[in-house]
Write a protein that binds this ligand. Sequence first.
Ligand code: MTE
Length: 388
Amino acid sequence: MRSRRNFLKNISAAALAAGATPSIWTWALPQTQSVDFPGEDGMILRSFRFVDLETPVEYFNTWLTPVPRFFVRNHMHEPCQLDANDWRLSLGGEVDKPLTLSLADLSKLETHSVVNTLECAGNGRSLQRPEVPGVQWGKGAVSTARFSGPRLRDVLQRAGVKSTGKQVMFRGLDEVPGKVPPFIRSIPIEKALDADTLIATHMNGSPLTRHHGFPARALVPGWIGAASCKWLTEIKVLETEFAGNFMSPAYRFPNRPVEPGEAVKPEDTHPLTALSVKSVISGPSDGAGVKSGKVAVRGVAWAGEADIAKVEVSTDGGTTWNPATLGREQAHYAWRLWSYDWKAAKSGDYTILSRATDTQGRTQPTSALWNPSGYLYNAIDQVKVHVS
Ligand code: MTE
């Protein structure tokens, strides 16, 4: 495996130097492990070392994102050897009866489906000013799918959670390079026992692909993507929150608003949980030229654990706002498609804005709360167009 990885590293460097597309991976992987590399489908490559693929916003025109167009966020190498027959999931810690489950065991449990909008906490990071380090996501580290699999709570109840069990930890099977700590995070027991928190084995009706956590991942709906651990291998019930890199210093947010550029002490932060309210314009594209007359403005809006109450569109820089029409397809935790028919009477340069409000009364702010890692960027979205 190591030599294959080195080979891939070498060809990837060469491919990048030559300006080649990542489709080179498709033939480089043995047939048995090959999955369609989403880069072939016009995805934006944000990192090649560990596969990080962003969905172009123009693809946000279906309620469910086709799997090859679903963004991918990996902190490390994907596990090379994943055999569904050999795979086991262990469950231990603060439980009466530790368990080891096979994929066949999971398939015997009642299946539940949740349509969930999964968003990386770092989505929109490139728009933060001053700039912050990290993967420079544009607006497309977010996608929506129907995830299916047994409820996490059914498995936890089978093991019998002790009264001392307050957090549930997930460990992924990522291949950890060098000194990078393993991908381990925990969520509070209340969220773990929620009827919609899953051990997902399927996405849009098909088994998970390797990019998305085959053969099983946690699905923690409405929360930052990092909560939904891929390539699940271990679940452990803990007395306290897991202490490790991906809980701290990563994925934490300042307790109080901070000045842009200000340093924040770790003790003044808390772990990120649910997503913010947000909308993104999927068309027209930023910088597009459009003909005067009727212009279809469209996009998506989501709000983590809340529902979208309304989306408004402004074509005059925010002086006046007009209600957008929300798409019919909806589910708790899932984004809504929206559209607005703009009558662009006069030629000229325009800025189109979109602003979502949710059922908790939260509205997208004009500028997002700056924080040192650029998490949860959710400022009112905008595109500039020229009408001729
Ligand atoms: N799980 C493991 N084991 N390793 C990871 O790197 N990345 C997390 C999460 N689960 C990650 C993981 C992050 S940061 C996000 S945003 C989501 O997976 C992305 O899920 P996706 O790649 O299926 O879109």
